[in-house]
Write a protein that binds this ligand. Structure first.
Ligand SMILES: Nc1ncnc2c1ncn2[C@@H]1O[C@H](COP(=O)(O)OP(=O)(O)OP(=O)(O)O)[C@@H](O)[C@H]1O
Ligand SMILES: [Mg+2]
Length: 371
């Protein structure tokens, strides 16, 4: 799947915009605050129905307007698809595929797969567990409809259950609701836990060789799933922490508290592996950034394997954050994947003699094609 074109109306700082992309490497360059990332955000939205920054629709609509539009034309196996999004200030967004309204956001997700890479992603390992969960969820939601539905139901349930817990003092009669909610939490939560378990197993096989290459065979990386509770124990555990939850006024167990550890073993001169260190806590900054890059590169492979097609790669200003070895590795990995790169200068490409298929200059909400 590739993106042939993108049209925007009253989206962020764009009044109107139309861009035709190449199926190869596209560069959007320009000074800060001109609207480069906004274009990637629009593409990400078309793939996932959400902003990569977690912004609300009303924040995305151009200042002073009540609605905005995003249209993408996609191409797969020589057929074209049109995805229209209608963003509204006080209502949920409308989505149509080839003019047909879709009822659930999940009917869109998975059609267009994107891998979004921003400088903040280089901190996934250093940051807190919620960032790591967000990464895994974003990936799994694109790949697995059942996971997507279970996660959205689970998250809603946690909010509802916490509300019941908060109000229980005034409304003790609501305690029967907790029994119903616990049952549903277990039902959806155990799907989430089992899917994450399998995902980490698959991810390890993919990330290891990538990380080995990125570190010149000096490091061996393993990711471990650290579930807050196992699927088998979840139901029992919910029951046993009920009093504690009532006291804390929140749901204290479940996959919304999960984490993932990143363990690096250095290769010794005799090829044996040193004892592993948890790089979340003890990794150097460079080690953490390289592992984050390995994680992002694995995402590309995971999509290729699961979907039997290439994702679209969105690189938001990351090249300047990487040293030249890693830049080269990244640019070489791209191969024949459609890539849309934002940057402020073109040095990285000139220095690496890297081929550019289409070059766009972004200036204050306008985009001009330079080749
Ligand atoms: N809802 C909105 N309506 C109008 N303009 C907006 C809206 N949201 C953000 N902007 C503007 O969009 C611009 C930022 O765009 P963007 O983040 O795409 O910049 P950028 O070119 O990626 O910059 P940088 O190189 O600093 O990352 C800012 O000037 C901001 O004021
Ligand atoms: Mg930007």
């Amino acid at each position: 799947m590739i993106i042939k074109s993108l049209e925007l109306a009253d989206f962020r700082n764009y009044e109107t915009l139309k861009i035709d992309f190449s199926s190869g490497t596209n560069i959007l360059y320009g000074d800060n605050a001109q609207g480069k990332t906004n274009i990637l955000e629009a593409i990400f939205l078309s793939a996932t129905t959400k902003s990569h920054k977690g912004s609300k629709d009303k924040e995305i609509i151009r200042f002073g307007k009540d609605e905005g539009h995003v249209r993408t034309i996609l191409e797969k196996d020589n057929a074209e698809y049109r995805v229209d999004m209608h963003l509204r200030k006080n209502k949920s967004k409308g989505i149509a595929i080839d003019g047909q309204k879709i009822k659930k956001a999940s009917d869109l997700i998975g059609r267009l797969n994107v891998v979004f890479f921003s400088p903040e992603d280089l901190s996934i390992i250093k940051n807190g567990p919620s960032e790591r969960r967000r990464f895994m969820d974003m990936e799994l939601c694109q790949l697995d409809q059942i996971y997507l539905n279970s996660l959205s139901k689970y998250n809603k349930l946690v909010i509802e259950r916490n509300k019941v817990l908060k109000d229980l003092y005034e409304h003790p009669e609501n305690s029967v609701l907790l029994d119903v909610q616990d049952k549903q939490l277990y039902e959806y939560g155990s799907i989430i836990i089992k899917t994450r378990e399998k995902f980490i197993k698959d991810l390890n096989e993919i990330i290891r060789p990538i990380h080995e290459k990125l570190t010149g065979s000096k490091e061996y990386l393993s990711i471990y799933y650290e579930p807050n509770v196992t699927a088998d124990d979840f139901e029992k555990k919910l029951r046993s922490v009920r009093q504690k939850d009532i006291y804390a006024k929140q749901t204290t167990v479940g996959p919304h508290k999960d984490d993932f550890s990143f363990i690096v073993q250095k290769k010794k001169d005799d090829e044996s592996l040193a004892e592993g260190i948890d790089i979340r806590k003890f990794g150097s900054q460079g080690q953490q950034r390289t592992a984050s890059l390995s994680l992002k590169l694995s995402e590309i492979e995971i999509v290729k394997k699961a979907k039997k097609e290439n994702p679209v790669l969105l690189l938001d200003d990351v090249l300047s954050e990487l040293d030249s070895n890693r830049q080269n590795y990244l640019l070489n990995t791209i191969g024949d994947i459609q890539t849309i790169i934002t940057c402020t200068g073109l040095d990285e490409f000139v220095n690496n003699r890297f081929a550019i298929d289409k070059l766009f200059k972004v200036t204050d909400g306008t985009v001009s094609s330079e080749n």
